[in-house]
Design a binder for this molecule. Structure first.
Ligand SMILES: [Ca+2]
Length: 308
């Protein structure tokens, strides 16, 4: 007998690697997707919501899609990284004549609250975009911190592999996009697992492997197709011959923690100056689990196996 699946709300800004995360989620019988909640980030929230709706149709998912925050809590929205995720947020693949249906009723952070309360102790929030929706949910309903099963976040960078940021020399994009939200979420009393660049940058899916997987079924074909321009961006900007599975790594951290090394500590997020969005180890505050290293090659083959 296998255990009942873990209930997941995916808070996301699709996003090429967000699309891969949804592919992985679909493949895992031990995860049950309760809802997709959207946030600005890789594109504006109209675009990320359209992309979530498109991905739901393309991947045959049934979870509701709830639209979330259009901007950070208390600052203007930064520029979307179109040089990485394309103008349409999905690597400029052709979305055909898709006419998006309206998003499902309910604002993202309110649905997060409702779903956590409806399944006390059972829901894991997996945040793979800016943390605005989670901060809004906490602010409106601090009780949910004691009712989630866990919170897994792709974000931050501690310089463990010599890399302290990807949007600035100091900061990773998800936390940099809304540093006030990140600081509030990381300081709240709920069980957090943080998956920073220190771990995710080890998870490079080689181009040759992506081409190979494209010959093995629809999931592989789609994964290869959606990552083409993203992989080219990484080749241009980082000299990598492949694409980095940031958001997939967050989900794998949930299903297969043995692929990571973990350090427990309180973590701060800078909210002003040139270091805005920077994460740092601190002595005071709730301790969180930080995946400081990943076995990248093992994670990549785990991902490929899930898709085939
Ligand atoms: Ca993302």
């Amino acid at each position: 007998m296998s255990a009942s699946p873990r209930l997941v709300i995916l808070d996301t800004d699709p996003g090429v690697d967000d699309a891969l995360a949804l592919l992985y989620l679909r493949a895992r019988s031990d995860l049950r997707l309760l809802a997709i909640t959207t946030v600005f980030g890789n594109a504006d929230v109209e675009t990320t919501t359209r992309n979530a709706l498109w991905l739901r149709t393309r991947l045959g998912l049934s979870a509701p899609v709830h639209r979330g925050a259009a901007a950070p809590l208390s600052r203007p929205r930064g520029h979307a990284p179109t040089h990485v995720h394309g103008e349409n947020g999905l690597g400029d693949i052709d979305l055909g004549d898709f006419a998006p249906p309206p998003a499902d009723p309910g604002v993202a952070h309110e649905r997060i609250i409702d779903l956590v309360r409806a399944h006390p102790g059972a829901v894991t929030l997996v945040a793979i975009g800016p943390l605005t929706n989670l901060a809004l949910a906490l602010r409106a309903a601090p009780d949910i911190a004691g009712q989630v099963h866990g919170v897994t976040i792709m974000g931050g960078a501690f310089g463990g592999d010599g890399r302290s940021g990807n949007v600035t020399p100091f900061a990773e994009a998800n936390l940099h996009n809304d540093p006030e939200a990140a600081a509030q979420v990381l300081a709240a009393p709920w069980p957090i697992t943080l998956v920073p660049l220190d771990a995710t940058m080890a998870c490079v899916w080689p181009d040759t492997a992506a081409s190979h997987l494209a010959r093995h079924g629809d999931a592989g074909r789609f994964a290869h197709h959606v990552t083409r321009s993203y992989a080219q961006a990484y080749a241009r900007h980082e000299g990598l011959a492949g694409c980095v599975l940031h958001d997939v790594a967050a989900l794998v951290s949930l299903t297969t923690p043995a692929l990571f090394s973990t350090r427990s500590s309180a973590v701060s997020v800078a909210t002003s100056g040139e270091r805005t969005g920077q994460t740092a180890w601190v002595a005071d505050g709730p301790s969180i689990a930080v995946r400081v290293q990943a076995n990248g090659p093992a994670l990549v083959s785990h991902f490929e196996q899930a898709l085939t």
